[in-house]
Write a protein that binds this ligand. Structure first.
Ligand SMILES: [Zn+2]
Length: 404
């Protein structure tokens, strides 16, 4: 028995996945020894192999995450119900909530959206999260994403002096691409007053959620170190990006908190062939060697499960693989995470923290889609939608979690 168990433990993880499908079970070369045994013994031993071997491989991903825009006040009860009935039972333990200005900030009421979430609303989210062991990681986009299409965000509306590119005017009819290269506006990370404002928001939101982790976005920052900025022009963009990440992490650390960011600015978009969205084509990628190792990287790839988590882990950074609307990408990222944890050194393996399914619509659109899909999964089986990714990744995750 021991010989057989040891033999099974030496199998590669993909082989065990294969065995799980039972299609090659009896014929697999590693199990040839079984052919010499009686049929009854085979059955008994095979059950024991599976039980003992999977038990001995038992491990769980630290992060089973879900990221979505915070609901508006009107949609709060529906969202809390979703947390209770879907996130909790599916074992999801991390909820990144994009709040931005959708909170009744007391520190800067001039920055809040209309009809924002109140402290009482946040308490309801917090209670549901506590009940189900879910860590809430609130997000406010810092540095980049200070506008969207033709609409300026609240920060630069109220504080236009923080704009990195004031010479780029917001167009009446936004189109991409455009002559200005305007995707989203950024604030100037070297403006002497910007952090006093944004850190007040960060602190207030973290206190409201009583959280130890904060997500600052920081993806797709195209405007950085602009030549016309009197403070940043001519400076190294990697140093500017890393300087801002470091400043935020250091601020959070004063309260024992940790910074999370999206990973795209830290990937060399040119040499990897990954390009300007999921990677950086504006020379920020060398910041990967300059930022504090405490920062959690959310590495997003939505069209293909590109294996960049290995880059981050090798640099000493914790990393989460993030998917969106392609279920097969999310499921592959999950399997890759398990493989990374099993095939790397003891120093690196725990840096592969887990997976996160992301949603880039409002909460209501997602919940509409999910409810419809759960009522009749066959109707949308082949359709690339985030609710299909959500169901497939966490069904698979629960399966993996039980046996590994
Ligand atoms: Zn600047």
């Amino acid at each position: 028995m021991l010989i057989v168990i040891f033999g099974f433990q030496n199998l590669d993880i993909p082989v065990i996945f294969d065995l799980l499908k039972f299609k090659n079970f009896i014929n697999h070369p590693n199990l040839l020894i079984m052919r010499t045994l009686s049929e009854k013994m085979k059955l008994l031993l095979s059950s024991l192999f599976l039980f003992l071997s999977f038990t001995s491989f038992s491990q769980d991903l630290p992060v089973k995450g879900f990221a979505i825009a915070a609901p508006n006040s009107d949609g709060l009860d529906r969202f809390v119900k979703f947390m209770e009935e879907e996130l909790g039972p599916r074992g999801i333990n991390t909820l990144v909530l994009r709040v931005d200005f959708n909170y009744a900030f007391q520190s800067h009421p001039e920055l809040q959206d209309e009809n924002p979430l109140t402290k009482g609303d946040v308490d309801k989210i917090k209670m549901a999260a506590k009940k189900h062991g879910i860590k809430v990681v609130p997000q406010i986009n810092l540095l980049g994403h200070q506008s969207w299409a033709g609409t300026l965000g609240n920060l630069l509306k109220e504080y236009p002096e923080f704009d990195e590119t004031p010479h780029v005017k917001m167009p009446e009819n936004y189109e991409w691409p455009n002559e200005d290269g305007l995707y989203c506006k950024s604030y100037c990370p070297l403006h002497p007053e910007v952090h006093e404002v944004v850190f007040a928001l960060v602190d207030e939101l973290c206190e409201a959620f009583e959280t130890s982790d904060f997500h600052a976005g920081m993806d797709e920052v195209f405007f950085i170190g602009d030549d016309k900025c009197p403070r940043c022009g001519g400076l190294d963009k990697a140093e500017l990006f890393a300087g801002e990440v470091t400043k935020i992490q250091n601020h959070l650390d004063l309260q024992g908190r940790r910074l999370w960011i999206w990973g795209d600015r830290l990937i060399d978009g040119k040499r990897t062939g990954i390009g300007m969205w999921e990677g950086s084509m504006n020379n920020t990628h060398r910041a990967i060697d300059l930022i504090p190792k405490e920062v959690m990287i959310c590495d997003w790839h939505y069209n293909s499960p590109i294996q960049t988590p290995v880059i981050f882990a090798a640099k000493g950074l914790d990393v989460i693989s993030c998917s969106w609307n392609k279920p097969q990408v999310g499921v592959q990222q999950l399997e890759d995470m398990v493989t990374f944890r099993n095939h790397n050194t003891s120093e690196m393996k725990d840096r592969f923290q887990g997976v996160m399914v992301t949603v880039w619509s409002g909460a209501d659109v997602f919940l509409d889609g999910l409810e419809k899909y759960l009522a009749d999964p066959s109707a949308e089986k082949e359709v690339d939608q985030p609710w299909v990714t959500f169901v497939e990744v966490f069904e698979k995750e629960n399966f993996v979690g039980l046996i590994w």
